[in-house]
Design a protein around this ligand. Structure first.
Ligand SMILES: *[C@@H]1O[C@H](CO)[C@@H](O)[C@H](O)[C@H]1NC(C)=O
Length: 136
């Protein structure tokens, strides 16, 4: 019997360490339909040159990347969403424009890292632009 070499290829999947304190965003934000919304996520010093991302979907294992930086402070825009890192401030901002009601979802702000990404969930709620409620 000849020898047989078995190569195990590691499965490629997104592994995020959720709720990591190395990156943190607001727990919940609220935007108004057709308006825009900016979310700021802070991160620990040392992560400046890392790729930052904004991912959509409650399940952090299968969330869909909306937009990513390229590891610089240059703003990156994808459709109605842009992301911009600020190294001095140890934070990055995600701006969602022309908000729609169905933009409401759980999103994650995160940092791409060898091994496991770091992420923190942000609950985004979009409310109708023309409110029929009067707050008194
Ligand atoms: C990011 O993109 C800008 C503009 O294309 C480029 O000048 C810069 O070198 C890139 N940075 C990295 C880390 O790839």
């Amino acid at each position: 019997m000849g020898g047989k070499t078995t190569c195990l290829l590691p499965a490629l999947f997104l592994l995020i360490i959720p709720g990591s304190s190395a990156v943190s965003g607001p727990k919940a934000v609220r935007g108004v339909e057709r308006d825009s919304l900016t979310v700021r996520c802070r991160y620990n010093p040392g992560f400046e040159p890392y790729v930052k991302w904004w991912c959509r979907g409650a399940d952090w294992n299968s969330c869909r990347f909306v937009v990513k930086t390229n590891g610089s402070e240059m703003e990156v825009k994808q459709g109605h969403v842009s992301i911009k890192d600020n190294w001095k401030d140890h934070s990055f901002t995600v701006t969602m424009e022309k908000l729609r009601l169905d933009d409401s979802d759980t999103y994650w702000c995160g940092i791409e890292r060898i091994g496991a990404d770091l992420g923190d969930p942000v609950e985004v709620t979009i409310v109708p632009g023309k409110s029929m409620c009067v707050w008194t």
